[in-house]
Ligand binder design. Sequence first.
Ligand SMILES: Cc1ncc(COP(=O)(O)O)c(C=O)c1O
Length: 419
Amino acid sequence: MTFDPYEIRSHFPALQSGAIFFDGPGGTQVPQEVIEACGDYLRTANANLGGTFETSRRTIEVMADARRAMADFLNARSPEEIVFGPNMTTLTFNLSRAVGRTLHAGDEIIVTALDHDANIAPWVALEERGIVIQWVDINPEDCTLHMADMKRHLSMRTEIVAVAYASNAVGTINDLKRIIDLAHERNALVFVDAVHYAPHGPIDVQELDCDFLTCSAYKFFGPHVGVLYGKYDLLEKLPAYKVRPARDRTPDKLETGTQNHEGIAGVVAAIDYLTSIGEKYGIDAVKQYQSFTGRRFHLKTAMAAIQQYESKLFTRLMEGLQGTRGIEIYGITNPKHFNQRTPTVAFTMEKLSPREISGQLAQENIYVWDGNYYALEIMERLGLEKHGGAVRVGLCHYNTAEEVDRFLEVLGRIQSEES
Ligand SMILES: Cc1ncc(COP(=O)(O)O)c(C=O)c1O
């Protein structure tokens, strides 16, 4: 069946407001199914884990189901490789502190200028233990990662490479397979930040062979819940900071305190929502996947269908932006390489600040972000930080060609009023 964004949109109550949501990289809207799952949990299963009574048993089931669903979403080998937490940033700080206990002064960690600060600051914090941080630069012309610089910094002293799947500022998708192979040749582990990439394409941790990977459900149509994947053996031997009664096993030892159970119930619904897209519109059904819940196959084909739809929408947006006078676009602009980027674009205009542009768009009910979106390093590297960063337009599968056209029309008007 042809991908139908209007059928898709009918699942999302927020989209009925008439506003244009191009703010997806900061957090997506949620389908009705997710809203209901959170409410249902609170109505019928609200309890803590480990009791003998009905609501506690239901909560255990919800957690187990969510772990299986996330294992399918990421193609993990086992649900125990999935750890939940409040958000990616907190999970990454927890993990880096635990990893830090296993490192020695002089060991090295690689971070990149393309990353969100949540995949930089938790590693830089280990400098206080004598860990040396190596910074990999970008190619400023197209905001791709400087691979020669990556190779130069990788050595037998490298313990961790912390790298984004895709940049939340300029949309660049990194050549992860290559980075992971290079890192593993030097016995370094790779920690992938997939927060920005997750709503836009299929993730397969086994195929990538990454050691850790994080994402956040609120960026892929779920509630505010963070998710960490780690290879089972690595998580098992990690000296996590935990309370004494918590089991010293993965995932329990890494899930400090009581989790956001209602949000996690919503994560299952978000995965089910994506699974249903695969059932309806799935493409590239080439390979049968191992699956804990039967969802994996549909998830893979759903994300392929989403990718194909978004790519067409993004080309329309880029053609319009490139045809608007006085606009500077950051990142990959050659359509031949659009498969190396997500449908997220950052730009500035000559006469107006990013804040002024986003404010004028907001008055027309078009929601976009401005600033650095915590991708501080790249904004500084591009010389934009001191000028208020850039405007970021982020498309996702519930956006339409009409919305893109309306945005371009309003932007064109803003531009001509200023010149
Ligand atoms: C690429 C990327 N990494 C990390 C984060 C932080 O995620 P969280 O809000 O779950 O801590 C974000 C949030 O915008 C992001 O876009």
